[in-house]
Write a protein that binds this ligand. Structure first.
Ligand code: BES
Ligand code: MN
Ligand code: ZN
Length: 494
């Protein structure tokens, strides 16, 4: 879809579909009032007759109008007094759904013209592009029936209230499109089944990114190299699997040459059976999503490339399967991490931290300004925060604040949880430097505390996305989170 901005003039409007906001119990105003004039008062009559009340998220399509405005899509904006970034997104979502069912190939969106207290014109435009494009997302088609036809809409013009608004809007649209492209890649990878999306496949996709985007470089390390690097902890997880593990390194160079990059470390467990500490079978299929951390850091780099962000970033992905088998790591086995710390593997289902600790150690060679790891790490985080917020732990308050703010702005929020020596106690082992589990209490925190042991001297944050990465039930699928959060953070640093 291509996006443009446009200034309002009632006489020259020409579109297959004008998308117009209606507020509850308020007369038409701004862009809607101007378009009403162009339509000779038709909209005010519809509202006066009570056929459309403006309730938030309601839509009404008026088809087959005569003249240069061929259709009007009315969108309920709620009351003027309760409008917020949240209600704005709800309204855009409703508009996007209605546009999907409509055969217009171009539309003129007027919702971003109104002022909001908590969301500026850049974000109004960015959400518009992001939401429109995300509504066009389709799960990779592995069904044998003919796929539904693609949405008709290909051109979206977004109306600006003033000439000064056009530049930030244009930027917002471009960034929104980049985020949607990145989140789309992340969703595709996460939605694919584990027999397609293997560590090898993730490596190929990462190499593909380097082919499409000239600022991206990819290196894929195979098992012999991981052995040479002494990644004993990472390799202990893949022992039970016939699929070879990969360490995937993707660099995006958009900033000054030599400027320290932001490192994004992703958990890429393409399937997590639990290993010898086998999981319960209920919903085990969802463990194909256990590579969402990896998918989201790849998606984030793609987004940076699409918007040409002036920043350096590097994604480091530890990809493998966690399977039982005759060679699999057993509870009680002791492994040696790349950093030299020995780990007693008390539960083979706590595998994420085992692969991430070596990837975090590896990230040091890039002398990163900041390291952020992203992982579907603990069921405990799902219990603590549910689907709404990702868990955030950090050894740096300024970094934590920046990520919290980015999540808020991007509508992809997280919530800070603690780290602390007192929790470290739970990871003590009689036989090795540390154990890989810390008992039932504070499971999300002890998992983060395990990683914390490996990031001495680094500015580090950990995002536990176990609850936010996908939804179950009838709409089962990847959410594309936390690509928007990460891109927002990176753009704010650029
Ligand atoms: N991938 C899981 C975490 C997970 C569980 C994510 C459920 C989303 C939903 C992780 O590898 C895992 O199994 N963690 C264990 C850790 C435990 C053994 C200390 C868990 O959370 O149960
Ligand atoms: Mn596990
Ligand atoms: Zn896992």
């Amino acid at each position: 879809m291509d996006f443009a901005t446009e200034l309002l003039s009632s006489r020259r409007v020409r579109t297959q579909c004008a998308v117009m906001g209606v507020y509850e119990q308020s007369p038409l105003s701004g862009a809607s009032a101007t378009l009403d004039e162009a339509l000779k008062g038709r909209l005010s009559r519809i509202i006066k007759q009570g056929d459309f009340t403006g309730r938030l998220g309601d839509t009404l399509l008026l088809p087959d109008l005569e003249g240069p405005i061929e259709r009007v899509l009315l969108v309920g904006m709620g009351t003027r007094t309760t409008r917020s970034g949240r209600s704005y997104r709800r309204a855009v979502q409703a508009a996007a759904q209605a546009l999907l069912k409509c055969s217009a190939t171009d539309a003129l969106m007027t919702l971003a013209c109104d002022d909001y207290a908590d969301i500026d014109v850049y974000y109004r435009a960015r959400y518009t592009a992001e939401i429109l494009l995300q509504s066009h997302y389709r799960i990779p088609n592995l069904k044998s029936a003919r796929p539904p036809k693609a949405p008709a809409l290909t051109h979206l013009r977004v109306l600006a209230a003033t000439p000064a608004d056009r530049a930030p809007m244009q930027r917002g649209l471009q960034h929104g499109a980049g985020i949607a492209a990145g989140a789309g890649l992340s969703k595709d990878l996460a939605n694919l089944p584990a027999n397609v999306c293997t560590p090898t496949y993730l490596g190929q996709i990462a190499k593909g990114l380097a082919k499409t985007h000239r600022r991206i470089r990819t290196r894929v390390l195979a098992q012999p190299e991981l052995k040479r690097l002494k990644m004993g902890s990472f390799l202990s997880v893949t022992r039970g699997s016939a699929e070879p593990a990969r360490l995937i390194v993707v660099e995006y160079r958009g900033g000054k040459p030599g400027a320290a990059p932001i490192a994004l470390v992703g958990k890429g467990v393409t399937f997590d059976t639990g290993g010898i500490s086998l999981k319960d079978p209920g919903a085990m299929d969802e463990m194909k999503f256990d590579m969402t951390g990896a998918a989201s850091v790849l998606g984030t780099l793609k987004a940076l490339a699409v918007v040409n962000a002036p920043i350096n970033a590097v994604a480091i992905i530890a990809a493998c399967e966690n399977m039982p088998g005759s060679r699999a790591t057993k509870p009680g086995d002791i492994v040696t991490s790349m950093a030299g710390l020995t780990i007693e593997v008390l539960n083979t289902d706590a595998e994420g931290r085992l692969i991430l600790c070596d990837a975090l150690t590896y990230s040091r060679r890039f002398k990163p300004a900041v390291v952020i790891d992203v992982a579907t790490l603990t069921g405990a985080c799902v219990i603590a925060l549910g689907a709404h917020r990702s868990g955030l732990m950090s050894n740096d308050d300024a970094l934590a604040d920046d990520l919290l703010a980015a999540g808020q702005r991007a509508s992809d929020p997280c919530w800070r949880m603690p780290l602390g020596e007192e929790y470290q106690e739970q990871l003590k082992s009689n036989f090795a430097d540390l154990a890989n589990i810390g008992g039932r209490e504070a499971g999300a925190v002890t998992a983060a505390c395990f990683l914390w042991k490996f990031v001495d001297g680094l500015k580090w944050a950990h995002l536990d996305i176990a609850g936010s990465a996908w939804v179950g039930g009838a709409n089962k699928g990847s959410t594309g989170r936390p690509v928007a959060l990460l891109v927002d953070y990176l753009l704010s640093r650029a």
